[in-house]
Design a protein around this ligand. Structure first.
Ligand code: PLP
Length: 398
């Protein structure tokens, strides 16, 4: 039994389910539910603009959550943390704000393994500006081809956008090395940390990136909230991307003056309870021994790989491995979506399909695959349920 499982009420209520779809979204610990509940019951008011005490209290809680995020990702300044709806919106924000720096002479470098959220915003920016999107392929073993990356990044490159952890392969990209190559050409580095923050201790300074994006809901926080971290001096050079209340210093009939970052990028009333919930989620993570959690997840991942190997007829997607508990595979002769349906009937929740990574699937010549993604609250019995379910699927379908 996982030592952390008891923190998650849903898992107590749905005890029979082996929830192995954590890369899609995680379950929420009691402290997150309590923090959000307490906001609505005791502190609910709009932030920043109120003259009353309730508004001041809500603002204090909201800004405290921003400070928690800043501390959590490497003791940075709170004004480098922009609230967004999630990783997708964070990347769209940067892609939109970089449009004035793009043009037919500029490149945007991405990788074949990116989630659509780290591809489509760049395609859209390229369509608007005539910039070229260049994609770095993977090696035969399914790792990022660093030689090809060094070849693709040049003085034409405006931005390199890369996942910290792949949502399909589970591998951890060498962000520090990528940052060195990127900086040598004066380009910016955006890291998609959606799958990293739930598992790794992230230090954006050590990584050497310029922007870091992640979603609350994959890291034990609520949906609808996310973060864009950006270097202070860089955020100051970028324009607003959405207009409205909150993001302005003054408004005239003939124009407006935007606020300083991060508020410049936060038009309209934010998801106040969401930010407070994320703050509580990160404090929950900080209350654990992260090394112990990673070792636990790593052991479960090894167990999963061993048990899949023993089952036979399982083709793992990518042969490179890491200690991140994301394992994708196919079962010989069986369609991935049929496996998902049969597993569901047996109380095992996995994800099947292209995992919002169609270019990766195309490069691997796969129509899709099954993904089992584990978390700190899973245990050996969840792995055994999955393997048993795969055996049943094979008996029924072959
Ligand atoms: N990037 C990666 C690597 C992801 O795995 C995901 C979601 O699965 C996203 C981006 C998009 O996250 P969201 O839908 O929370 O914006």
């Amino acid at each position: 039994m996982s030592p952390w499982r008891h923190h998650f009420p849903l898992l107590r209520a749905r005890d029979a389910v082996a929830y192995l779809d954590n890369a899609a979204t995680s379950q929420k610990p009691q402290v997150v539910l309590d923090a959000m509940h307490s906001h609505y019951r005791e502190f609910n008011a709009n932030v920043h603009r109120a003259t009353h005490q309730l508004g001041a209290d809500a603002t204090e809680m909201f800004e405290r959550a921003r400070a928690t995020v800043a501390r959590h990702i490497g003791n940075r300044k709170p004004n480098e943390v922009v609230w967004t709806r999630g990783t997708t919106e964070s990347i769209n924000l940067v892609a939109n704000c970089l449009v004035p720096s793009l043009g037919p002479e500029r490149d945007i470098v991405v990788t074949t393994m990116e989630h659509h959220s780290n591809l489509v915003p760049w395609h859209m920016a390229a369509e608007r500006t005539g910039a070229t999107v260049r994609a770095v392929p993977l090696t035969a073993s399914g790792e990022l081809d660093m030689v090809a990356l060094a070849r693709n990044v040049s003085d034409r490159t405006c931005v390199v956008a890369v996942a910290h952890v792949s949502n399909v392969l589970g591998i951890v990209n060498p962000v520090r090395d990528i940052a060195d190559i990127t900086q040598a050409h004066g380009a910016l580095l955006l890291v998609d940390g959606a799958q990293a923050v739930p598992h790794l201790c992230v230090d954006v300074t050590g990584l050497g990136c310029d922007f870091y994006a992640f979603s609350s809901h994959k890291a034990y926080g609520p949906t609808g909230t996310g973060v864009l971290w950006g270097r202070e001096e860089l955020l100051e050079t970028l324009g607003p991307w959405q207009g409205g209340g909150e993001m302005i210093e003054t408004v005239r009939l003939d124009g407006f003056t935007p606020q300083a970052p991060p508020y410049r990028f936060e038009a309209g009333t934010p998801h106040i309870a969401g930010a407070i919930g994320l703050g509580a989620a990160l404090e929950f993570l900080e209350s654990l021994d992260r090394e112990e959690v990673l070792a636990y997840e790593s052991r479960l991942t090894d167990l999963l790989r061993t048990r899949l190997d023993e089952l036979g007829g399982v083709q793992l997607v990518g042969s490179a491995t890491s200690n991140i508990p994301i394992v994708s595979f196919n079962l010989e002769g069986v369609h991935h979506s049929d496996i998902g349906t049969i597993l569901d009937q047996q109380g095992v929740a996995v994800r099947t399909g292209h995992h919002c990574a169609q270019p990766l699937m195309t490069s691997l010549d796969l129509p899709g695959c099954v993904r089992a993604s584990l978390s700190l609250y899973n245990d050996d019995s969840d792995v055994e349920k999955l393997v048993k379910g795969l055996g049943v699927a094979r008996d029924l379908l072959l």
